[in-house]
Design a protein around this ligand. Structure first.
Ligand code: CAA
Length: 260
C-alpha cells in the first residue's frame, strides 16, 4: 500500500518504518496517525517481518511532537478524539506481535517522545533530545506520556519533565533509562539494524511470546503475570523451534529456526 506520510522498506526480516514529514520535523497530524494505524495492521499480518524499526525522516528530528498547527484550533471534543486516536495507534504499536525498536535520530518531543516510549526498545543518536514540552503550550501530554514516562523512569523524574517541559539531551536520557544505547548519528541505523537482525535470528514465536509476556504482564499483578508467563512458556513446547533449539544445544550446533 502507498502512504503519504510514511515510508516502509524491508531489509530481509526487518521492516524499517519512517515517519516522513521532514518539513514539519515529522510532526504527527491525524492523517499520519491514521496511516500509522493502517501500516501496523499490515505489518502485524506479515509473517516475513520479524522485527520493526521505527524512525523519522531527515537528520534533525525523530518526531517533534503532535502537529501544533492542527491542534491550535481544536474544540475540546476534537482534542479528545485526537488523544484517543494517538492512544489507540500507540497501543496497537505496543501490542504488535513483532518487537519494535525506535531509532531516535534527533528531537523526540511531546508525541515523538510518547511514540518512542510505546516502542519496545529505544536506541538514539548523539544529537537526540527528549522531552514532554506540552505545558509550555498550555497542554498536557496527550498520547500516553503521563502514563508511560512514569512507568519507564519513575514518578519523580517523570513529574519533573512533565511539569517543566524541560528538554533533556541524550546522555541524560541514557542516564535515566529512557534509551538503551547512544550512537553517532552516522552509525545509528547500522547499529539498529544489527540489533534488529540479532533479534530476527532468534526463534520468532519465542520472541513474540516474550514481548506479549512483557507487555501484557506489566499491567497485571505479579501472580497473574507469572501465571500468564507459565502459559506462554508452556506454549513454546508446541513449536518446532523449541525442539530444534534445545536439540541443537545438546548436539552442540547452531539451531535453524523456522518460525513454527
Ligand atoms: N507541529 C507542527 N509543526 C512543527 C512542529 C510540531 N510539533 N515542530 C516543528 N514544526 C515545524 C515548524 O513549524 C517549522 O515549520 P516552518 O518551516 O513551516 O516554519 C519546521 O517544523 C521546522 O521547525 P523550527 O523552525 O521550529 O526548527 P528549529 O530547529 O528552530 O526548532 C524544535 C526545532 C525545537 C523541535 C521546534 O520546532 C519545536 O519546539 N517544535 C515543537 C516541539 C513541541 O512542542 N512538541 C510538543 C507538541 S504537543 C504534543 O505533542 C501533544 C501530545 O502529547 C499529543
Amino acid at each position: 500500500m502507498e502512504y503519504t506520510n510514511l515510508l516502509l522498506e524491508k531489509n530481509g526480516a526487518v521492516a524499517v518504518l519512517t515517519i516522513n514529514r521532514p518539513k514539519a520535523l515529522n510532526a504527527l497530524n491525524s492523517d499520519t496517525l491514521s496511516e500509522l494505524s493502517t501500516v501496523l495492521d499490515e505489518l502485524g499480518r506479515d509473517s516475513s517481518v520479524k522485527v520493526v524499526i521505527l524512525t523519522g525522516s531527515g537528520e534533525k528530528a525523530f518526531i517533534a511532537g503532535a502537529d501544533i498547527s492542527q491542534m491550535k484550533d481544536f474544540s475540546p471534543m476534537e482534542g479528545r478524539r485526537f488523544a484517543q486516536l494517538g492512544h489507540a495507534t500507540f497501543r496497537k504499536l505496543e501490542l504488535l506481535p513483532q518487537p519494535v525498536i525506535a531509532a531516535v535520530n534527533g528531537f523526540a518531543l511531546g508525541g515523538g517522545c510518547e511514540l518512542a516510549m510505546a516502542c519496545d526498545i529505544r536506541l538514539a543518536s548523539e544529537n537526540a533530545k527528549f522531552g514532554q514540552p506540552e505545558v509550555t503550550l498550555g497542554l498536557t501530554a496527550g498520547f500516553g506520556g503521563t502514563q508511560r514516562l512514569p512507568r519507564l523512569v519513575g514518578t519523580g523524574l517523570a513529574s519533573e519533565l512533565l511539569f517543566t517541559g524541560d528538554v533533556i539531551d541524550v546522555q541524560e536520557a541514557y542516564r535515566i533509562g529512557l534509551v538503551n544505547h547512544v550512537y553517532p548519528l552516522a552509525t545509528l541505523m547500522e547499529e539498529t539494524l544489527k540489533l534488529a537482525k540479532r533479534m530476527a535470528g532468534r526463534a520468532p514465536v519465542a520472541v513474540q511470546l516474550s514481548k506479549s509476556a512483557i507487555q501484557r504482564g506489566s499491567n497485571m499483578d505479579l501472580d497473574s503475570a507469572q501465571a500468564y508467563e507459565a502459559e506462554v512458556f508452556g506454549l513454546t513446547f508446541s513449536t518446532k523451534d523449541q525442539i530444534e533449539g534445545c536439540t541443537a544445544f545438546v548436539e552442540k550446533r547452531k539451531p535453524i529456526f523456522e518460525g513454527r
